[in-house]
Design a protein around this ligand. Structure first.
Ligand code: GDP
Length: 433
């Protein structure tokens, strides 16, 4: 496991070149490692890097009022991978340790700065590939899963308190133990609500595949240009040279509530090399898993046969050409027809069951497993309680099931300790007055 006393360091900006890059440190030696005075207050300071002698900006935050709860430094450096790498290696040479994945968030959790859900939400936000996943991650960060089970958890805690009161405080005349039927009747709606929660669609689960929209067409048909125009930002390189689209890397595409992955399939006519053949194969696979295929045809070219999942797209209409019936005429350069194409895609994706809904409970697989476990325990408790009729003769057997069900919910909504349950008993029954 991660060892928590070391000062950790990592590059915190995305890989590649950029105007600015960030190297992040957390732990007791953070300031010293960057050549900063150890009594420096939080703020932004100019510093001279001990390893290179060059100047940098450092954002200093002090324990406990930092993201991780420890002393932290973020160095703002020129965004060159070699410079960032040099900084990390220099910090490690001076005694820091390379941070493990998620270790900054893990430390913030260790220091009580955020709940495990919030930390998981941060990881999910980083891994998100679509707006819906990002929204789900934000809801997770805001503790939505915990809130959803909180009231149910408190109700189970109350019932456990009532059952335990019947076991432990029978000599107290104020304490009225709960009856078996009464307990079962109060457990049933809790189980029903947990079931509903469990059945809710999970928005943004990382492993939930988004539908693919695949652009196909001959080399130079204008696929890459249309790809970028639909995304609204540059991704692949459009080039006047035929066959420049080299790989099918999906990019998330947001269509007003609908989420999809846009894939630019390599356009290869007759493969000349093993690489060409491999790319053609990749294109075939992309088409096979596509929810919608955009058949891109430039002006003057023959129109391909259209299947039920295909949309015929005439590209480069600013160059002339008339769209045949049922086709959508577009110009990536002038923005013509893009809205029509987006609406058509949204309409078709709405009909696909695999389309990700933008909303839904922000539950992780871990949450679902906990809800499952809790349902099983509470059902066992209810069955035992019901068999007791009006009384609860099996209180000693029922209580462990309630406790286990409560613990499972506690792993989502924050745990309830035995002392809390005793506290509920005291609050309700004035035991020991
Ligand atoms: P791909 O090989 O199918 O990916 O095609 P590209 O997107 O690389 O485009 C091939 C050529 O067509 C490039 O020279 C583009 O500039 C040009 N092109 C793409 N879209 C348009 C458009 O909307 N209008 C015009 N006039 N040219 C375009």
């Amino acid at each position: 496991m991660m060892e928590a006393s070391a000062t950790i360091v990592a590059v915190a900006s995305p890989p590649g070149h950029a105007p600015r890059g960030i190297v992040r440190l957390s732990g007791r030696a953070s300031l010293e490692l960057c050549g900063l005075a150890t009594d420096l207050p939080a703020g932004v300071v100019r510093c001279t890097l001990p390893w290179s002698g060059s100047a940098a900006l450092a954002v200093v935050s002090r324990a406990p009022r930092s993201f991780t709860g420890e002393d932290c430094v973020e160095l703002l450096l020129p965004g060159h991978p070699a410079i960032l790498d040099e900084a990390v290696r220099a910090c490690i040479a001076r005694g820091a340790r390379a941070a493990e994945p998620g270790e900054f968030a893990a430390r913030s959790w260790l220091h009580g700065k955020r709940s495990i859900d919030e930390a998981e939400g941060i990881a999910m936000a980083i891994a998100a590939t679509s707006d819906a996943q990002l929204r789900a991650a934000r809801r997770l960060q805001q503790g939505e899963a915990a809130r959803a089970v909180c009231t149910l958890r408190d109700e189970v805690a109350t019932l456990l308190a009532l059952v335990e009161a019947g076991i432990d405080f029978t000599d107290q005349e104020d304490v009225v133990a709960i009856g078996g039927r009464d307990l079962a009747d109060r457990l049933d709606p809790i189980v029903a609500r947990l079931r509903a929660l469990h059945a809710a669609p999970v928005a943004g689960a990382i492993d939930r595949p988004l539908p693919w929209v695949v652009l196909v067409g001959r080399p130079n048909a204008g696929k890459s240009s249309l790809f970028n125009a639909l995304l609204g930002h540059e991704r692949t390189v459009a080039s006047p040279e035929a066959g420049t689209t080299r790989d099918a890397v999906p990019e998330p595409l947001s269509l007003g509530g609908q989420e999809a992955m846009l894939v630019d399939a390599p356009g290869i006519e007759s493969p000349r090399s093993a690489l060409d053949a491999a790319m053609q194969d990749q294109a075939r696979q992309a088409i096979a898993r596509a929810a919608v295929v955009l058949r891109c045809v430039p002006p003057g070219a023959d129109h391909p046969a259209i299947g039920p999942d295909d949309v015929l797209v005439l590209t480069k209409v600013d160059d002339g050409g008339v769209a045949p019936h049922g086709a959508i005429a577009t110009s990536a350069h002038r923005g013509h027809g893009l809205d029509a194409l987006r609406s058509e895609l949204a309409r078709r994706l709405r009909c696909k069951p695999a389309s990700e809904s933008a909303e839904g409970a922000a539950l992780l697989p871990r949450h679902r497993a906990a809800i499952d476990a809790s349902i099983a325990e509470l059902q066992s408790a209810a069955a035992l309680a019901r068999s007791g009729g009006a009384a609860l003769p099996e209180a000693e057997l029922v209580a462990p099931h309630l406790r286990a069900g409560l613990d499972a919910l506690g792993s989502i909504g924050g745990s309830v300790t035995p002392d809390d349950v005793i506290g509920l008993v005291f609050a309700r029954f004035c035991v020991g007055k």
